[in-house]
Design a protein around this ligand. Structure first.
Ligand code: GRF
Length: 224
């Protein structure tokens, strides 16, 4: 039987999706899919009580779709519509319909390069998480590792957070710091941040699947 779980952040959702066990993941990505692969591998090892029930990309040739298909996950390209940085209204509806049809509990953004807005976030309130390659709130937006390097920080890193209406502004669930070392280039730093991501993201999904993450306002707790 489905167990209903509600997080207190931030307000009464428009409706509550049931959470299942194992947790049903819908993964959205635009790129090569290394985070999706890391989550899939962690599930296969038995470390994450979840199932990937759909993978969707706004880029027809994205590597994430190839990785998904080669692992036997339902995977599809859904055209994003006429805008460059967000989904247009028809596309948003198509994404929502696909995720609902797959009975997704948690939407996992893994390099999805579109901002999600109103109706999508209303329907999946508290059910959308993202990984960002910086220690938020520092360096939101694009090429965050390069922003960090150019700024001269000594620690870069990655952040898993809930997705809200802003860009990289939702409550932080977990972070990993990655030291900047002498001689780092944007490429070498990015590679080490991505290694950290591939360890952090499956741990967060596992904790969410086990209902260990507790949210109070902007504060979250519970990652083992
Ligand atoms: C990751 O570095 C993530 O931080 C950012 O997009 C990248 C996606 O990489 N949001 P991949 O497609 O998971 O390999």
């Amino acid at each position: 039987m489905f167990q209903r779980r509600r997080l207190p952040w931030p307000v009464e959702p428009a409706f509550t999706l049931p959470m299942s066990n194992p947790l049903r993941l819908g993964i959205l990505g635009s790129g090569k899919g290394s985070n999706m692969v890391a989550i899939a591998d962690a599930i296969s090892r038995g470390d994450v009580p979840a199932r990937i029930v759909t993978v969707i990309s706004d880029v027809e040739s994205a590597g994430i779709l190839d990785h998904a298909r080669s692992r036997g996950f339902p995977a599809q390209f859904i055209a994003p519509g006429k805008f460059r940085t967000k989904l247009d209204e028809d596309a948003e509806r198509a994404y929502i319909d696909a995720l609902k049809a797959a009975e997704v509990d948690l939407v996992v953004l893994a390099g999805f390069m579109r901002i999600l807005k109103g109706e999508f976030l209303r329907l999946f309130e508290q059910r959308v998480i993202n990984i960002h390659p910086s220690l938020l709130p520092a360096f939101p937006g694009l090429a965050a590792w390069k922003q960090a390097l150019d700024y001269g920080v000594k620690f870069a890193g990655c952040t898993v957070h809930y997705v809200d209406q802003g860009v990289d502004t939702g409550p932080i669930i977990a972070q990993t710091a990655v030291p900047v070392v002498d001689g780092d280039t944007a490429t070498t730093l990015h590679e080490r941040i991505q290694l950290a991501e591939r360890s952090l993201y499956p741990r967060v999904v596992a904790a969410m699947a086990r209902d260990q993450i507790k949210v109070s306002g902007r504060s979250t707790a519970g990652l083992p």
